[in-house]
Design a protein around this ligand. Structure first.
Ligand SMILES: [Zn+2]
Ligand SMILES: [Zn+2]
Length: 285
């Protein structure tokens, strides 16, 4: 259980995300020029990759090995999205995988709250419940002083990025930052909500996880969520099985990790064997 100071610092996250939603109203005054649009899109892509490739596939699941620099820079960029730091993030994500769609899953759309209520709980509402505070923090992240600092100081990177946006392009770039941050938040949250409600289930997982191409598009490959729950340690999530054959699906995050490996920054990329994939798919029949 995190200490009381950490718990108070964590509550600043939902406050920031609420402010980024409200900040989108700036668009009504400033509009968006081409520069602001490009800035918002660049911020979306860079921060999405930091969340998917580093927070999720590296820190939470260790689906590949990487130098500490990748852990630190990725965590800092991911924190600039206003979606908290590496300890908080990994703690909740492990809780989700341990209890998926059952008691103890902090953001399942399927338990107790059905239909639209379940969707909104999963998309946003759970951040405003006691479940928002993690049960316990992961020891591997907590043992790194810099990662701890990024985790507890998670509010500073998004505030710095908001300030930078304003300095570079005035209020319209600040509005683009708010829009990019808000859309990024909902895209990542759609993995928890939409990808547990709608899509295909080629693999036997016994939970609600689904492969959803729209979520995969928005999240650079994280929407292949049924594969992810079947093989959580796989660095590549864009894999399916159709008619007894392996099908490779678009997975930009995996391509990005391959680039990291080519640059010598990542190694030991873990991918399940064809036999294991086919066996898991056959179990659904
Ligand atoms: Zn899930
Ligand atoms: Zn995961």
């Amino acid at each position: 259980m995190p200490g009381s100071i950490s718990r108070r610092l964590y509550w600043l996250g939902p406050v920031f995300i609420t402010c980024s939603h409200l900040g989108c109203a700036l668009l009504l005054v400033t509009g968006l020029g081409l520069g602001a649009v490009l800035w918002g899109v660049a911020l979306y892509l860079v921060r999405m990759l930091a969340i998917t490739a580093v927070l999720h596939r590296l820190i939470a699941h260790r689906s590949y090995q990487a130098s500490r620099v990748v852990w630190w820079v990725g965590s800092l960029l991911a924190a600039s999205s206003g979606q908290m730091g590496p300890s908080w993030w990994k703690a909740h994500h492990q809780q989700h995988h341990r209890h998926v769609d059952g008691q103890g899953d902090p953001h399942t759309p399927l338990l107790a709250r059905q239909g639209w209520r379940g969707f909104w709980h999963s998309q946003l509402g759970w951040l405003l419940t006691p479940d928002f505070q993690p049960e316990r923090l992961p020891a591997d992240v907590e043992s790194d002083p810099l990662l701890r600092l990024i985790d507890r100081g998670h509010l500073l990177p998004p505030l710095a990025l908001a300030w930078l946006s304003w300095q570079l392009g005035g209020l319209s770039w600040l509005a683009a930052f708010c829009l990019s941050t808000t859309v990024l938040f909902h895209a990542v949250a759609s993995v928890n909500s939409v990808a547990h409600l709608s899509g295909s289930q080629p693999f036997a997982t016994g939970d609600g996880s689904r492969n959803n191409p729209w979520v995969a598009l928005l999240t650079l490959g994280e929407g292949w969520h049924n594969l992810h729950h079947a093989f959580a340690g796989s660095v590549r999530q864009g894999i399916s099985v159709r008619d007894g054959r392996i099908v490779l699906l678009p997975d930009p995050t995996y391509r990005f990790i391959q680039v990291l490996a080519w640059l010598g920054l990542a190694r030991q990329l873990r991918i399940p064997s064809e036999r294991a994939l086919l066996a898991r798919a056959a179990a659904t029949a």
